[in-house]
Write a protein that binds this ligand. Structure first.
Ligand code: KIV
Ligand code: ZN
Length: 512
């Protein structure tokens, strides 16, 4: 049976979701989770975007041994060379270069004639081949491109050495039957198509990314580009968990197999949601909290008698039972370090390990059972990994009682200098955030505030996500604590640190 290559782009297209930017260490943790899941290709980023992106791709390329690591590059010498350099230490490195092929993009974005686009594409692929044999070429906006032009450019780039040809529905415009037809037409119409693997990359603007990708698989695609939880530009990409489970569950329909260890799906989904702050809706397929919950009495009765009456997959096969107690109050530093290493967290030095271990002990005093999710949140919120950490929360006092206006007093360290601010608020959280604002004056707008319990029980940590917007730039911040007011203040400070860090380039902005 053919293999369907699973190409995960959570760290690249997923990171392009407004507010979902990740630090190098966060990317490394997600990459390790993807490697454990046996993802075939991990697109780790766009190295030419910024020195930080370059560093992140390089770090992932060095640390991951089992999956191919891919770097995105526009069809520009500089981008390709940056990707090649970032991937030098990879066990298997892939350069993914792209240029737009639809009339609307060629005319308005690139301002190039089709012949020039073909010329650029061929030159880019040849240059990428000087770095690696594993070169992927994408025709951006292929979903709205002329199929004949696609065949022409694909023939030329395969001759130039591309081994994977990607057909993106960049703007999520296609219907499943149309997209399947396009893929079939292009594979049969490209004379040297047998020398490449055909791939698809679908966006979810009409909610059809997974359906379009699966239709492409039925029509000859043997690589699908997808992301955990469907994260990605605008409405997102095809969700990895849905693609994988559809192909695995409907072996009677799909003429191919996936080599993914599906028991890592739910833990990876939680990791990505925790790091990015993009919570998973409860009714989301496979990874939503209700995906395997039966509310109706008839359903419950049926499942108790025979699971197959209402369940087409087993919850444990996608990792729902992976939620287990891992550490407690009496666990030592070694057990703590080992478990975090298994989760992909590597401490820069002993000082960082000791700081995290202190936080763990404080948490274990308040909460007896510490789960993987608690550890992930602890590492995220400990802020060991933030690139800019000029603002630190030193102390917070909040007064809240019936009949009075809540008031908060906060002490921050800003670039090493201590400041204290106080403010009243509509509630204790509002007062705490206003007190922080009275010191920082960020001029940003709070566009999202959400609280989730990380595990069950009233002693669970609350995980708070805030999203700030300033001048069109969006950032998320997370904080976790058994006290949700403190978690909120931590999340706010985390977001402010990200807001003040330097901005990065976007791969699909501007022309080549
Ligand atoms: O959506 C898209 O076209 C992309 C390409 C860079 C593959 O993300
Ligand atoms: Zn995309």
């Amino acid at each position: 049976m053919d293999k369907l290559i699973i190409f995960d782009t959570t760290l690249r297209d997923g990171e392009q979701s407004p507010g979902a930017s990740m630090t190098k260490e966060e990317k490394l943790r997600i990459a390790k989770a993807l490697e454990r899941m046996k993802v075939d290709v991990i697109e780790a980023g766009f190295p030419a975007a910024s020195p930080g992106d370059f560093d992140a791709v390089q770090t992932v390329a060095e640390a991951i041994r089992d999956s191919t690591i891919c770097g995105l590059a526009r069809a520009l010498d500089r981008d390709i060379d940056r990707a090649g350099e970032a991937l030098q230490k990879a066990a298997r490195g892939r350069i993914h270069t792209f240029i737009a092929t639809s009339p609307i993009h060629m005319q308005h974005k690139l301002r190039m004639a089709p012949d020039q686009v073909v010329e650029h594409a061929v030159k880019a692929v040849k240059r990428a081949r000087q770095w690696t044999d594993d070169v992927e070429f994408s025709a951006e906006d292929a979903g709205r491109s002329d199929p004949e032009f696609l065949c022409r450019i694909f023939e030329a780039v395969i001759d130039a050495g591309a081994r994977t040809i990607n057909i993106p529905d960049t703007v999520g415009y296609n219907m499943p039957h149309q997209f399947g037809e396009l893929v079939r037409k292009v594979i049969t119409g490209t004379p040297n198509s047998d020398k490449a693997i055909f791939s698809v990359h679908c966006h979810n603007d009409l909610g059809l990314a997974v359906a379009n990708s699966l239709s492409a698989v039925l029509n000859g695609a043997r690589q699908v580009e997808c992301t955990i939880n469907g994260l990605g530009e605008r409405a997102g990409n095809a969700a990895l968990e849905e693609i994988v489970m559809a192909v695995r569950t409907r072996k009677d329909v799909f003429p191919c197999r996936v080599d993914i260890d599906t028991t890592h799906i739910v833990p990876s989904s939680r990791l990505v949601a925790g790091i990015t702050g993009f919570a998973v809706q409860p009714n989301k397929a496979i990874v939503g909290a209700n995906a395997f919950a039966h509310e109706s009495g008839i359903h419950q009765d049926g499942v108790l008698k025979s699971r197959e009456t209402y369940e087409i997959m087993r919850a444990e096969d996608v990792g729902w039972s992976a939620n287990r107690m891992v550490l407690g109050k009496h666990s030592g530093r070694n057990a703590f370090r080992t478990r975090l290493q298994e989760l992909g967290v590597v401490f820069a030095d002993d000082e960082a390990l000791n700081a995290a271990f202190e936080r763990f002990k404080e948490l274990a005093d308040k909460k007896h059972e510490i789960y993987d999710e608690d550890l992930q949140a602890l590492v995220t919120e400990t802020n060991l990994e933030s690139t800019y950490e000029g603002i630190k929360l030193l102390a917070l006092k909040v007064c809240s009682q019936t009949g009075t206006t809540p008031e908060a007093s906060v002490t921050l360290s800003v670039d090493g200098v201590e400041h204290t601010g106080t403010a009243p608020g509509g509630g204790p959280v509002d007062a705490a955030l206003k007190a922080i604002d009275s010191i920082i004056h960020s001029d940003s707008e709070l566009v999202l505030y959400s609280v989730n319990a990380i595990t069950s029980g009233t002693d669970s940590q609350g995980e708070v996500t805030v999203r700030l917007e300033k001048g069109g730039r969006m950032v998320n911040g997370q904080g976790a604590d058994t006290d949700i007011v403190i978690a909120s203040a931590k999340a706010y400070v985390n977001a402010l640190n990200r807001l003040l860090a330097p901005a990065r380039a976007h791969p699909q902005n501007g022309g080549v």
